[in-house]
Design a binder for this molecule. Structure first.
Ligand code: FAD
Length: 319
């Protein structure tokens, strides 16, 4: 069968699955990678934008320059997917598929916590990272609260990395003596992965960063610049940097098959979307309990590619 494989999303997962399929899939098949922007973004680099070390544009490469020749790139947002008729819709156009890979990632959803969208900074999108850069440029001392504004979010250690980078940034600007740094997390300790706990604790001790555990953000009061946790603990600060809870992408939510936050129900062994044997989901778009991280998306891309090739050949799937 000359299989038509459509991949939606040109992030880490979509890019890797497209290139794996280019190497593994039978030559007569078609591989189409559809991305809303046509650019691949190195999101990890957003961590450095607030410190003026890089601008978002420098973190992007055209998808066409990153894929093998046999991968067709379509730079258009997918507006709808008809799972029954195996068709992907763009504005006025359509594409039929035999196999579909959903690699549409996830996005910050600050609206989930009252007040979080107003006056709280983060660095989990290009625009937010640029706004935070401006806020830090105007900062002249006081308290900064960094931490977790809700679950899930991408790259679990990223707020810890950020607060350590912020410490160094303030030292360089001669502002560290005049700044109190606080790290707030809903966890009972600094991080959930045990071997990393002493490493992070040592760093916080050395950098003079105060840890506030059990801080599950319930509301943010912009007029008072005050964050309030479920148990009533209050934190005030000049600047808040709280990573918002994330939700599935708009197109994944529109499919109506995901959980309450739009994460896709995915078989943890085969990576097929549950109940849809020719549809796969990988990376941050899934409801899997693996961390929302590029490392996970990349490994899942390998498995999804192998399983699609196995299905085309009528072989057993990798589990
Ligand atoms: C600040 C920060 C630091 C990080 N650091 C690390 C790290 O150190 N290590 C690590 O492993 N991970 C890290 N991550 C997480 C990592 O970037 C993500 O987990 C990874 O990008 C997920 O890959 P993905 O392919 O699932 O989704 P994404 O890379 O988010 O890609 C999703 C793609 O889908 C496209 N899309 C969405 N909707 C549509 C539509 N309707 N039509 C067409 N295309 C669509 C988007 O344009 C996007 O290109 C970090 C993330 C951030 C924000």
């Amino acid at each position: 069968m000359a299989a038509r494989i459509v991949i939606v999303g040109g992030g880490v997962g979509g890019l890797v699955v497209a290139n794996r399929l280019a190497l593994l899939a039978p030559d007569d098949g078609q591989i189409t990678l559809v991305d809303a922007t046509g650019w691949h973004t190195y999101q990890q680099g957003w961590l450095y934008v607030p410190f003026g070390e890089v601008m978002p544009k420098q973190l992007q490469k055209r998808l066409k320059s990153l894929v093998y020749d046999r991968v067709q790139v379509v730079a258009k947002p997918v507006m709808g997917i008809d799972l029954d008729n195996r068709t992907v819709y763009f504005n006025g156009e359509r594409l039929s598929y035999d196999f579909l890979v959903l690699a549409t990632g996830c996005e910050p959803n600050p609206a989930e916590v009252p007040g979080l969208a107003e006056g709280v900074h983060h660095f989990h999108s290009a625009d937010a990272a640029v706004r935070l850069r401006e806020a830090l440029a105007n900062f002249e001392g006081g308290r900064i609260v960094v931490g977790v504004g809700g679950l899930p979010y991408k790259c679990p250690p990223s707020p810890i990395e950020f607060v350590c980078l912020l410490h160094e940034h303030l030292v360089r600007r001669g502002l560290r003596e005049r700044t109190e740094l606080v790290y707030a997390t809903p966890l009972p300790r600094i991080f959930h992965i045990e071997p990393l706990v002493p490493i992070f604790e040592e760093r916080f001790e050395r950098f003079g960063i105060k840890l506030v555990p059990f801080f599950t953000l319930e509301t943010f009061e912009p007029s008072q610049r005050k964050a309030v946790s479920l148990d009533g603990t209050e934190l005030t600060a000049e600047v808040f940097v709280l990573v918002p809870p994330h939700a599935g992408s708009e197109i994944a939510r529109k499919l109506g098959i995901g959980d309450a936050k739009g994460f896709l129900p995915t078989d943890r062994h085969t990576l097929q979307v549950q109940g849809l044997e020719r549809v796969y989901a990988i990376g941050d778009a899934t409801n899997l309990t693996t961390p929302k991280a590029a490392t996970a998306a990349q490994r899942q891309a390998f498995i999804a590619a192998e399983n699609i090739v196995a299905q085309i050949a009528g072989k057993e799937l990798r589990r």
